[in-house]
Design a protein around this ligand. Structure first.
Ligand code: G6P
Length: 610
């Protein structure tokens, strides 16, 4: 059984270890999980292992008031091949009770390792992780110290594997934790007389703002007073911590019932922040000339991304081609990774990734780096893996995005793409770029988004009327509206489980219209004067077959039959407003059906395996 997407936390040297671990796990809930556990060791030699299927709240209850100590590790698990259960939850412990391990990733050769070394061991779970902890104990029994045994096991894990390991030796008197990673994310948080470990800085912002990166292949030994990093050859590595500015409260829900609505509502503010971050007072764009020169030297852009970020890439193609005049291809990362198309002579790669950790995108970046091509990561998370490994980074400045369904990162990505496209076009002296008053346009967008979120009550009612009980739905549009139809459809299916297709309006009649029957919801997006009349005819075609239509139209094209009228913005920026209606429809449909909007079933926020 594999364990992926999981969250890891650890602490050494704090009397309140239990609370730090539980709080950290709560902050990692957004990653998606189905069981969780902690192991805590007290000064008096008392050890506590508590695991629970379900939510952290259940684990907290199980922990009660009796679990206390100064060193511990914790984990949220997202099951793949096997059931979520208490036995399969982490931490896993060796048969002799000495070693405790939490793991994020997949061990490709766990079955071989088990057969070769551990035939006599009595296993308690079906996980690959338990094989690793039993194997560490196996080599320790042969006489190796804890670190040597850990390193030995790391050398036996095959190259297809991914992992972030946090190991605790319950016999060590010095509260030592051992850490290693390959592909999966993991950070060390540095404190005074204590240190912590986490998958995401957000989990530990309440105790420290200083973090250390770990590179693949390194082994780190952590005590309350020291962090010792060794490279793969055993040499000592010196590394300065980086500071994370994010305020822990930026990730709080406040008065909102769900993060998704908070994050939808934050989009006007994100647009304004991007204006401030990327333009000086004279209106000059604040993007390094180095990056601008590198990207303008390319003959073709390749945007690589997954999920919602991929959809932001589709809009990016329009922006880069129309404003910067450069041919642009957009690819799904998991497809591109193992099936690279014929590249142009001078390609430039753009990785769009909210988290900066998506394994599918990273796999492409690793190959791109091997081939020596320049690359840019556009991400919300400074110092994330894809940011560190690309030649350049542009940040989304959207603040933490906690809800699994991505909203403000999508609009942030499109805005950053527009800013970059304008910078590129200006450098090439293109009239279209020079005349594009982007600060003015982004202000219009921010105001337009604000008007839409202010009138969310109307969308709430539409969701109840049209999407209340349906099992399926369609979004249709042409051109840039089709790009948004794909994203709006993904939102609706992710959080409300309504099977929704985003479709090119004109293509509907070539087969898929067969699915339209009485009451089928069809949501049409109409913002482009060139294609508005055509899309309206397609709407008539589905109405004639009984569809229940919601039309979302730009102000200048709207009629009094349209249920949602979008504030007027620049034609290339309409996705920034039209998507807000789609996000709100998805949110309310999910909420009305009684689902946990922020944590849809089967999904994870940060997908760290391929
Ligand atoms: C997961 C999330 C999606 C997200 C996708 C890409 O599937 O559930 O919301 O769009 O990963 O994530 P990224 O962090 O690379 O943008």
């Amino acid at each position: 059984m594999d364990n992926i997407m999981c969250g890891i936390v650890g602490v050494t040297g704090r009397q309140d270890a239990t609370e730090i671990l539980l709080h950290g796990l709560e902050k990692l809930e957004y990653r998606g999980y189905d069981s969780a556990g902690i192991f805590v060791s007290a000064e008096d030699g008392q050890n506590y292992l508590v695991k629970e299927k379900g939510r952290i709240a259940d684990l907290r209850q199980e922990v009660g008031d009796d679990v206390h100590g100064s060193t511990g590790i914790g984990h949220t698990r997202w099951a793949t091949h096997g059931v979520p259960s208490r036995d399969n939850a982490h931490p896993h412990v060796s048969e002799d009770g000495r070693f405790y391990l939490v793991h994020n990733g997949v061990i490709g050769n766990f079955a071989q390792l088990k057969a070769e070394y551990l035939a006599d061991v009595n296993f308690k779970s079906e996980t690959d992780t338990e094989v690793i902890v039993q194997l560490i104990a196996h080599f320790a029994k042969e006489g190796m110290d804890a670190k040597a045994a850990f390193k030995k096991v790391l050398s036996l894990v095959d190259t297809s594997s991914s992992y972030a390991f946090l190991l605790m030796d319950s016999q060590a008197k010095d509260h030592t934790l051992y850490v290693a990673k390959r592909k999966s994310p993991l950070l060390i948080g540095v404190g005074k007389d204590f240190n912590v470990v986490c998958s995401d800085a957000m989990a530990m912002l309440n105790v420290t703002h200083d973090f250390l990166e770990i590179a693949d292949g390194e082994v780190v030994t952590i005590t309350p007073a020291s962090v010792d990093i060794e490279d793969a050859e055993g040499n000592k590595v010196e590394r300065a911590p980086f500071h994370v500015d994010t305020d822990a409260s930026a990730a709080e829900k406040g008065a909102y019932e769900f993060y998704m609505l908070k994050e939808i509502d934050e989009q006007p503010a994100v647009m304004r922040t991007l204006e401030q971050k990327y333009f000086d007072e004279a209106g000059n764009i604040l993007i390094d000339q180095d990056l601008r020169d590198a990207i303008n030297a390319a003959d073709r852009l390749y945007i690589v991304a997954a999920g919602t970020s991929y959809h932001a890439g589709l809009v990016g193609k329009e922006l880069f081609e129309k404003i910067a005049g450069v041919p642009t291809e957009v690819h799904v990362a998991s497809e591109f990774a193992y099936n690279m198309p014929l590249l142009s002579a001078k390609p430039f790669f753009i990785f769009l990734t909210q988290s900066g950790e998506t394994a599918d995108s990273r796999e492409v970046l690793v190959n791109v780096n091997k081939l020596g091509y320049p690359s840019l990561t556009i991400t919300n998370v400074p110092n994330s893996t894809l940011s560190r490994e690309a030649s350049y980074t542009l940040l989304l400045h959207a603040g933490p995005e906690i809800a699994v369904a991505s909203t403000k990162a999508y609009t942030g990505q499109i805005a950053v793409e527009a800013i970059l496209a304008k910078a590129m076009g200006q450098d090439k002296d293109l009239e279209v770029a020079k005349n594009f008053d982007l600060t003015g346009e982004l202000t219009k967008v921010a105001n337009g988004m604000q008007a839409l979120v202010d009138e969310k009550g109307q969308v709430e009612k539409l969701a109840a009327d049209v999407l209340g009980t349906t099992r399926n739905a369609f979004y249709i549009g042409r051109g840039i509206d089709y790009d948004v139809a794909l994203e709006a459809a993904l939102k609706l299916k992710e959080v409300s489980y309504v099977q929704t297709e985003g479709f090119a309006s004109g293509e509907l009649k070539h087969g898929t219209i067969a699915l339209i029957e009485k009451g089928t919801p069809v949501i049409a997006i109409i913002t482009d004067p060139k294609t508005a009349a055509h899309t309206r005819s397609n709407v008539q075609e589905v109405v004639a077959r009984g569809a229940n239509v919601i039309s979302i139209a730009a102000e200048g094209l709207a009629t009094d039959k349209d249920q949602i009228v979008l504030p007027e913005v620049h034609p290339l920026l309409t996705p920034l407003v039209s998507v807000v209606s789609g996000q709100l429809l998805a949110y309310y449909t999910s909420k009305q059906r009684g689902y946990d909007v922020d944590k849809p079933r089967n999904l994870a926020k940060s997908v760290t395996v391929e």
